[in-house]
Design a protein. Structure first.
Lengths: 108, 108, 108, 108
């Protein structure tokens, strides 16, 4: 069982921002920018790699740690954005996957 | 209690990709691009808004639905990227928040 | 000889913004967001393509027109950003290439 | 008169890539990623700034130098992308501005 508890992580991130008086910076606009900047750091890892080099089986330990860190950074800003926006991430993802299942029927 | 079950959503997304024979496209490099492109769509929502207009209390229903959808799109590609990379998202986020707590001590 | 006249294009873009009363939206922060959102649209063109399919010789006329349009969009926001920032693009690029030549000596 | 000579800068960037045997990395797909990653670094400069702090008159010398450098980086990858794609940047920008003038008529 995966131990990821979305509510607990969201609450921890909110407390982190509050304790540093950073909530003033965490407007949806600013958080969208921070999320996109972190997505840019993910791109930077892969931008010069061939399809083969981009394969996780070919990564160095350093590359793996780097990818993990950037994935975490993107998710942290995503959860902050959802929190300040009053958006339930689980509901949003569920609705979007259901919509995609309708838009792109599987072949049969 | 939040019903978001990371493992179940990850498995659903994997099955979705398999059923459409899309796993061939889902290299980490390509998924990082797709994630960043969706982050760009989030930016587009907020780019011309003032700080006040960016406030969730001021959003139209249409803006709210749009933000929800783009948050879902980013998370979907993030979870696919983590899945194909063999990265545990919960562990990665936990490690990063703990590191941030050390780097940015709260004032006292 | 290439007819691109940076000053003339910059002036045309400024006049375009003034005539629509859009200068109020063109803060450096907002223009950086718009530029990054357009960069995201460039990514979207290429995200699922193999290295071979990404080759310009393999593009459809539609893909070519799309790439041209997104390149133009990125450059338009870049020139607006430089203009409102009082940055001379030619000087900035020249300085950066010279720095890169020092940082990455060519093999011999 | 602005001394920016698009053809000369494009040729200089091509020679730079050739001398380092980097042309193999400069597919349109990879260059689009590098461009978007640099756009992300521009975002990072502005992400926590208020509208007032984002004003160029309020920048420190360090911020100004940073913005200049990131603008240069974006433009460098944009020119490389246009070069490998056989796209004339001046024509593309001219066509797009003309189209925008039609789409967004100025008030009268």
């Amino acid at each position: 069982m995966n131990t990821f508890d979305l509510d607990a992580v969201t609450a921890r991130l909110r407390a982190f921002a509050q304790a540093r008086d950073w909530e003033q910076y965490h407007s949806p606009k600013n958080l969208a920018m921070a999320l996109a900047a972190e997505a840019g750091e993910l791109l930077e890892i892969f931008q010069w790699l061939t399809a083969e080099q981009s394969d996780p089986g070919a990564w160095s330990a350093e590359t793996r740690a780097h990818v993990e860190e950037e994935i975490a950074d993107v998710l942290i800003y995503l959860l902050r954005l959802a929190d300040v926006s009053g958006i339930d991430v689980g509901t949003a993802v569920d609705a979007k996957i259901t919509r995609n299942e309708g838009r792109f029927p599987a072949g049969g």
